[in-house]
Ligand binder design. Sequence first.
Ligand code: PEP
Length: 246
Amino acid sequence: MRKPLISANWKMNKTIGETEEFIRAFLPLVKDVTDVDIIIAPPFTSLSAASGLLTGTGVKLAAQNVFYEEKGAFTGEISPAMLLASGCSCVIIGHSERRQYFHETDEVVNKKIGTARKNGLEVILCIGESLKEREENRTFGVLDGQLSGSLKDLTLDGITIAYEPIWAIGTGRTATKEQANEAHSFIRGWLRKNKESADSIRILYGGSVTPENVASLMSEPDVDGGLVGGASLKPDSFAKIVTGAR
Ligand code: PEP
């Protein structure tokens, strides 16, 4: 039995003060939740402040990105050690916005996962197809390529997969629960065929998850949780998604 996991992805939203305000309002709303794992991924600048408030609460802290080198002349980049020292135990890697706007390839994603895991960070690996790829019936081929490239020579230890169809991210157009489960079972099948311990790996759905649709998505056997952008920015709404995932 896989425990549900709900992760917020705040993207480039919230200052340090806004992060603290969110966490102070959010924690009381989920204080009795023990049957869903919760992660919050603020921007880098808010990590330390968030860590100060989350320590000891059971809510984990994630970063939204990491670099694949340990240290050195890489202006603007952030290392795994820096994330660990800021209180992170987890990192999101390969989000479609990073692939699209910052040209991250599966090879780069693979290197980032390798360095993050070597340093003990848990990883949420994001994959998903564009609308054009779905319409051309290439969804499974795209997922196959992203999984092979991103997970090359890596075990599944410490890894969660987030299936995020690009056409559903930030658009208000959620995949149907059947579409989500079809993709998730393809991913699970791929993991079973190519890696060890695929049955214990959590596969999250991401793409316009809301308090209204979370229970329906979670009713599918291969949907183990959600990666939530827009609807994670308000304490009330994110808490409702967490409780709706039980
Ligand atoms: C995301 O950022 O990963 C995401 C799924 O965003 P949204 O929930 O806003 O679609």
